[in-house]
Design a binder for this molecule. Structure first.
Ligand code: PHE
Length: 341
């Protein structure tokens, strides 16, 4: 029995000290000290000993149990610190490793053009203002002198929210003229860029959502020549000195007189080419002197104050600037396209 205990002592201590993991160590504890373990098996044989032999053997057995327990504890502490070391090693941060590269986006080409235009107007003392895309028909139409029955108020052209045609997605940024006149101190110099919505089918030059930039000046003694001079300056800043413009008479209910401004095609110099569709001129914006009825409707005396306004399409400008031939590319947001700018 003594020999059995001796050999258990040797084999168990050796196995414990060589053990590599906490799970295996637990298995060893069960194997040696458990109810069905090897030490228990030896103790079962105590019955065969004489009464004199028993106490000494009992003591040896207790000592053996204590020593195995001690070995288990010792190994457990070692394993724990080994595991910790391993974990720290694995999780160590190597500050000399090259960092992960993130794909940084950049500004959308159309917003480059918008920022350029904003800068030009800010330089001339204009403020940039923002307004609602969900608008009252009053602001989108009535206060702009667009009467009931005007074709632009048709349900086939305009996205209405309510059957009474009172709330809609603005079809132009011109309601910003009214908001500005109703809420701001005179004189007013603003531009108001933003989205507008019309029931148009998507094609290379149309989209049910597009962007306009509204511009407006109201002050004493403002004339059509201020409008022309300002817009000529803006065009020269965008397209270069000496860019030729042309103001054609037009009609808008909220301006009088009204005009459209064309620029001479910068590609062909007016001879006619694919860029200007053979016209020699590219239509850029609608404009005019703010109608006295519109001024009066906003509580501004048209005998004292006058003003001009314009509205231009931003997509068209961006298409021209970047020689993009299809407007859909502007909105599809395919990175393969956008990356090129
Ligand atoms: N709102 C007009 C349009 O969408 C453009 C415009 C703005 C005309 C301001 C005159 C003055 O066509």
């Amino acid at each position: 029995m003594k020999e059995l205990m001796q050999s258990l002592r040797e084999s168990s201590i050796k196995a414990i000290l060589e053990c590599e993991s906490a799970e295996l160590l637990e298995q060893l504890r069960v194997k040696y000290l458990g109810k069905k373990g090897e030490l228990t098996a030896i103790l079962r044989q105590m019955g065969k000993l004489t009464a004199e032999e028993r106490p000494a053997m009992g003591q040896l057995a207790n000592k053996l149990r204590a020593d195995i327990e001690e070995a288990l504890d010792k190994r457990k502490t070692q394993i724990n610190s080994l595991m910790l070391e391993k974990k720290l090693e694995e999780e160590a941060l190597d500050v000399t490793m090259p960092g992960e590269k993130y794909a940084l986006g950049h500004k959308h080409p159309m917003y480059n053009v918008l920022d350029q235009i904003k800068d030009i107007f800010i330089g001339m003392g204009f403020e940039i203002v923002d307004g609602p895309e969900i608008e009252l028909a009053d602001y989108n139409f009535s206060k702009l002198n667009i009467e009931e029955g005007h074709p632009s108020r048709e349900w086939t052209d305009t996205f209405y929210f309510t059957p009474d045609s009172k709330i809609l997605l603005r079809t132009q940024t011109s309601p910003m003229q009214i908001h500005a006149m109703e809420t701001r101190e005179l004189p007013i110099r603003i531009i108001a860029p933003g989205r507008v919505y019309r029931k148009d089918e998507v094609d290379a030059t149309h989209s049910p959502m597009f962007h306009q930039i509204e511009g407006m000046v109201i002050d004493k003694g403002v004339t059509m020549s201020d409008l022309k001079a300002t817009l000529n300056l803006v065009v020269e800043k965008i397209y270069g000195k000496g860019t030729v413009t042309r103001f054609r008479p037009h009609h808008f209910p909220f301006t009088e007189p009204s005009c459209e401004m064309d620029i001479q095609c910068h590609k062909c110099g007016g001879k006619g080419c694919p860029t200007c569709k053979g016209e020699g001129w590219i239509e850029v914006l609608g404009a005019g002197m703010v109608h006295p009825k519109v001024l009066a409707g906003c509580g501004i005396d048209p005998d004292v104050y006058s003003g001009w306004a314009f509205g231009m399409g931003l997509e068209r400008l961006a298409l021209g600037e970047y020689k993009i031939t299809d407007m859909r590319l502007i909105f599809e947001n395919d990175v393969r396209f956008l990356e090129q700018f």
